[in-house]
Design a protein around this ligand. Structure first.
Ligand code: GLP
Length: 250
C-alpha cells in the first residue's frame, strides 16, 4: 500500500503559501491554453488561511480566477442561504468576495430546498462536475471523527452526493458557532466519498493537536468506512498538509 504523501510544516503559513502557489500555477497554466480549472472547495476554520492567501495572490500578484469553476463539498440542511453559518455565506465571506471568480462559475449545494427536491439537486450537482470535466483539485479538512465533507462514519467508498444525518460528534463540534447544540442542523448534503476520490489531486489540511489522533488513524490506520479520510490512502495523488501539532501522533 502506498501511503499518501505527508508534508509537515512549522505552522500553517508556509503550508498554505506553497499550496496556493500550486493552485495558482494550475489556474494560470489552464488560462494560458484557454481552458478552465475545476476546484473543489471546503469550509471550516482550517482552510481560512489558504483562502486568505488566494485573496492575496489575486490582489498583489494579479492571479485571476476568471477561468475557474468551483464546487463546494457540502452544506447544512435547513438553513436559509443567508444564515451566517451556512457554507454559502462562509464561502462568500472568506473567498468569493475577495477574488474575481465569476458568479456563474460558483457551484454550491443548497441547504434550503424541500427534502423531496434533494435527490434531483444532488444528481444535478454530480452532472455539473462531470460536465466541467471532473475536479482537477479538491481541498479537504477533516472532522474529529475522520469525516471528509460530511461523509460520516459508515459512508461507503463509492458514495455520491447525497443527504446525510450528522454524527453526534460533528454536531457537538459545531455547537459553539451555532450558539448551542440544539441550533445545529441534524442533516446536511455532502459530495460523496466516491465523488471526492475522483478528483485528480487532493490536499487535506490539518492544523491542531486536537486532530493528531484522527490524522494518525486516517493515514496509518486501516482503510475503513469508520474513518472516511482513510480512503485517501488508496488515492494516487493526495497530500496531507500538517502542522507539527497535527502530525504529533504519526
Ligand atoms: C465540517 C466540514 C468539513 C470540515 C470540518 C472540520 O464538518 N463539513 O468539511 O473539514 O468541519 O472543520 P474545521 O476545519 O473547522 O476543524
Amino acid at each position: 500500500m502506498s501511503f499518501p504523501t505527508i508534508r509537515v510544516f512549522d505552522s500553517p503559513g508556509p503550508a498554505v503559501r506553497e499550496l496556493a502557489r500550486e493552485v495558482g500555477e494550475l489556474i494560470r497554466s489552464r488560462a494560458a491554453v484557454g481552458r478552465q480549472a475545476v476546484l473543489g472547495l471546503a469550509t471550516g476554520n482550517t482552510p481560512r488561511p489558504f483562502y486568505q492567501e488566494l485573496g492575496r495572490l489575486h490582489r498583489e500578484e494579479g492571479l485571476s480566477f476568471a477561468n475557474v469553476i468551483s464546487f463546494n463539498l457540502d452544506e447544512y440542511l435547513g438553513l436559509a442561504d443567508a444564515h451566517p453559518e451556512s457554507y454559502r455565506s462562509f464561502m462568500h465571506r472568506e473567498l468569493f468576495e475577495h477574488i474575481d471568480l465569476p458568479a456563474q462559475n460558483i457551484n454550491l449545494l443548497s441547504g434550503s430546498l424541500p427534502e423531496a427536491d434533494i435527490p434531483a439537486h444532488c444528481a444535478a450537482y454530480e452532472s455539473s462536475i462531470r460536465a466541467a470535466g471532473g475536479l482537477d483539485f479538491q481541498l479537504l479538512g477533516i472532522g474529529s471523527n475522520g469525516h471528509i465533507g460530511f461523509n460520516e462514519p459508515g459512508s461507503s467508498k463509492d458514495s455520491r452526493t447525497r443527504l446525510i444525518h450528522l454524527d453526534r460528534l460533528t454536531r457537538r463540534d459545531a455547537a459553539a458557532s451555532f450558539g448551542g447544540l440544539d441550533q445545529v442542523p441534524s442533516q446536511a448534503i455532502t459530495m460523496g466519498c466516491g465523488t471526492i476520490l475522483e478528483a485528480r489531486r487532493i490536499a487535506l489540511l490539518v492544523w491542531s493537536e486536537k486532530k493528531a489522533a484522527i490524522v494518525r488513524d486516517a493515514i496509518r490506520g486501516p482503510v475503513t468506512n469508520q474513518v472516511c479520510a482513510s480512503f485517501l490512502q488508496e488515492h494516487p495523488n493526495t497530500e496531507f498538509y500538517l502542522d507539527r501539532e497535527a502530525a504529533a501522533a504519526l
